[in-house]
Design a protein around this ligand. Structure first.
Ligand code: C2E
Ligand code: CA
Ligand code: CA
Length: 678
């Protein structure tokens, strides 16, 4: 069983690669936008908060400043009130002094709120004794004043003790206000620093995030680029390979060959190009359909892989043509041996379910450098070797031979000349009489083609009919001949019919019958004057088609003769399906009448018996002697054709002889007529 064919390479998801890249880019942009929004919000919130804090700190700073000024002022006023009270002894100063003392205490309390707790505590600790002492001294001074002892009161205020205590308190208060100011200033500084730190953090996060995103995006893009490059490589590979078999296609083969040839030249190596053509592939394809044909081609590709090296080039070159390039550097492998292996492998039967398919292969080989040095030339020469391999039969290997090329070139030149010859009227009809053996009168003329070649003279059909058939020129050739023959027929007696050869290939031509009829009609020749000769080859290949053509010819009024009977096929089953008006005994049997009388007599008798049982007339060709004519007549043969009655001649020659017969006042359809023609 052939292995399941390799899965065809998946089509490239280029679209999804692009989509993925776009998705990544969009995701990156979205993340960047989200981060920016978050950062902006954070910065804004921080800004709002810190400016509120700054405002608050500035407020406290202003408060501290103001308090410091007020404390200094209150102290001076207090000092002044004490001194004035001591100088004047007036109670109003004393009251003022009391009020100012309370105010000062209040302000100091207030100021201590603006400093850290420990500073306030330290202030309190430092000043509590002095304050108490001053309060006592002040009480004593007041008592002295009230009792009129002004000097005692004054001396208390002027005293060293009072002065040092008030200084201590003043200094502590100054320190407190200074600390209070410093505290608020440092708070402001702290807030500013914090603002800078937040801004720096935001910047760092932005840069870091940006860098991270950029890295992610660039690695994503790098990945996409890789995928796209992969995709491109795969697209190139697909473009270079044959869709069905996965082998290289023509273009890829030529590219690869050029580089192989370059290397072979550098390393002084030899290469061989094998052109492989499948045998019997067309009938397999026609009979089983293209699906099976495709499976066969895939299987061929797989088997080629099996019997070749990985490094050998393998390409599908055309429908069922493959090209293999192997290097013969190791001397162990020769191209003919590889070709033989390929043929053997491909000739093994293939199984597709219930279906068994047998094909084969022929191989043509051209070698570098001996046969050619360029890829085109090597392939052309391998192809010309293949042409000969195919001509030799199935399963052959042929090496390129320069003589082949000459033959091919000659053939190509001949084909071109034939094409021109047909158009230029160089293909002309010759006529050979077919005679009734009993009455010896002419019943028909067989139209036999001759080519009046401008350089090579008069060519017989064996030089060009096969070529015309192979190159598709047989159609135009036939119509041109029939057209000329129809004009000639105007000068022939109306009882003479025209026997006209139709090549096997022409049976496949849908237009054959309508075209023949059109020519007859154009020349006013009634179809019943035409007898179409078909060979067995035309019938056995496609009996159904042959039956349709024969029926169409008969319906149009023509008769049909089976030509060269007995030479081709042993299987006569087609005779039961097809009806002929006449059977032509091949000249090989007639000619053997002399040498191998017994067996040829039996065959001729059998053919005549067969024609009778089919209700058909008969004619023997190649009648050269009276003896043969006599024997044939005795065997029951009704008509004869051959050099005895006349060689193929041009219409003018026939016309001259007819005129001669008329001059002799001979009845045209008589023994004498044949004598005249002879
Ligand atoms: P064919 O149809 O069997 O034609 C009879 C051939 O036998 C002719 O050869 C003819 O010259 C030859 N012949 C006739 N009497 C004798 C004889 O007594 N002895 C010998 N030895 N040969 C004799 P020719 O003209 O060379 O034609 C060869 C073949 O070419 C024909 O064989 C026919 O198959 C083919 N052919 C000729 N003209 C045409 C044509 O216009 N169209 C097609 N398709 N084929 C043609
Ligand atoms: Ca014939
Ligand atoms: Ca014949």
């Amino acid at each position: 069983m052939p292995e399941a064919p390799a899965a065809a390479p998946r089509l490239l998801p280029t679209v999804s690669i692009v989509e993925e890249t776009m998705r990544q880019a969009l995701r990156a942009v979205a993340v960047a936008l989200a981060c920016t929004a978050l950062l902006t919000t954070t910065l804004l919130a921080e800004r709002l908060w810190s400016s509120a804090q700054l405002e608050h700190a500035a407020d406290r700073h202003a408060q501290a400043n103001r308090l410091a000024g007020e404390i200094r002022l209150t102290e001076q006023e207090l000092l002044q009130a004490a001194q004035s009270a001591a100088l004047t002894g007036e109670a109003s100063w004393i009251e003022r002094y009391d009020r100012l003392t309370a105010t000062l205490t209040q302000k100091v309390e207030h100021a201590s709120l603006l400093v850290p707790m420990n500073v306030a505590q330290r202030y309190r600790d430092k000043t509590v004794d002095a304050a108490n002492e001053i309060a006592q001294m002040r009480q004593s001074a007041l008592n002295a004043l009230q009792s009129g002892a002004l000097d005692a009161a004054r001396s208390l205020f002027d005293g060293e003790r009072y002065t040092s205590r008030t200084r201590l308190i003043r200094e502590a208060t100054e320190e407190l206000t200074a600390v209070s100011l410093a505290a608020t200033e440092s708070r402001v500084r702290e807030l500013r620093t914090r603002s800078y730190a937040v801004a720096a953090a935001a910047l760092t996060i932005t840069l870091g995030g940006g860098f991270f995103l950029w890295r992610r995006l660039s690695s994503g893009l790098k990945h996409s680029r890789g995928s796209l490059l992969d995709a491109e490589v795969r697209v190139q590979r697909l473009a270079a390979s044959d869709m069905l078999t996965g082998l290289d296609n023509r273009a890829a083969l030529h590219d690869a060959m050029q580089s192989r040839l370059g290397r072979a030249e550098r390393l002084n190596q030899e290469l061989a190009v094998l052109m492989v053509d499948l045998d019997r592939f067309k009938p397999v394809n026609d009979r089983n359909g293209h699906m099976v044909g495709d499976l066969v081609l895939k299987e061929v590709a797989r088997r080629l892989g099996r019997c070749l090296r990985q490094s050998d080039l393998r390409a599908r070159y055309g429908g069922d043509e493959f090209v293999i390039v192997i290097d013969e550097a190791d001397g162990m492998r020769t191209a003919p041996a590889a070709a033989q292996r390929i043929i053997e492998t491909l000739s093994e039967p293939m199984f597709f379910g219930d279906l068994t398919v047998s094909i084969g292969a022929s191989v043509g080989i051209a070698r570098y450098p001996r046969d050619a040095r360029s890829d085109d030339e090597l392939i052309r020469k391998a192809d010309s070797a293949l042409y000969r391999a195919k001509k030799n039969g199935h399963g052959e290997v042929c090496l390129y031979d320069p003589k082949l090329d000459e033959a091919l070139a000659e053939r190509a030149a001949l084909e071109a000349a034939l094409r021109e010859g047909i158009a230029g009227g160089q293909l002309i009809p010759f006529y050979q009489p077919i005679v009734s053996l009993s009455r010896r009168n002419v019943v028909s003329l067989e139209l036999l083609c001759r080519w009046k070649h401008p350089e090579r003279g008069l060519l017989t059909p064996d030089k060009f009919i096969a070529l015309a058939e192979d190159s598709g020129l047989i159609g135009p050739l036939t119509l041109s001949l029939l057209n000329q023959a129809c004009q000639d027929m105007l000068s022939f007696p109306p009882s003479w019919r025209l026997s006209f050869n139709v090549a096997p290939q022409q049976i496949q031509d849908e237009n054959l019958v309508p075209q023949l009829l059109a020519v007859l009609k154009d020349n006013h020749v009634p179809p019943h004057r035409l007898d179409v000769e078909l060979t067995e080859t035309a019938l056995v290949n496609d009996t159904a088609r042959a039956r349709a053509v024969i029926l169409a010819l008969k319906r149009a009024g023509m008769t049909v003769t089976l030509d060269d009977f007995g030479t081709g096929y042993s299987n006569l089953s087609y005779l039961s399906e097809l009806t002929f008006d006449k059977i032509k005994i091949d000249r090989s049997f007639v000619q053997k009448l002399k040498t191998d009388q017994q067996s040829s007599t039996k065959i001729i008798e059998a053919i005549i018996g067969l024609s009778r049982s089919l209700g058909a007339d008969n004619v023997a060709e190649g009648v050269e002697t009276e003896e043969q004519a006599d024997m044939l007549q005795k065997l029951g043969c009704r008509n004869g054709q051959g050099y005895l009655f006349g060689r193929p001649v041009r219409a003018e020659e026939l016309q001259q002889r007819i005129a001669l017969a008329a001059d002799l006042v001979l009845p045209l359809d008589s023994q004498m007529m044949v004598d005249v023609l002879l």
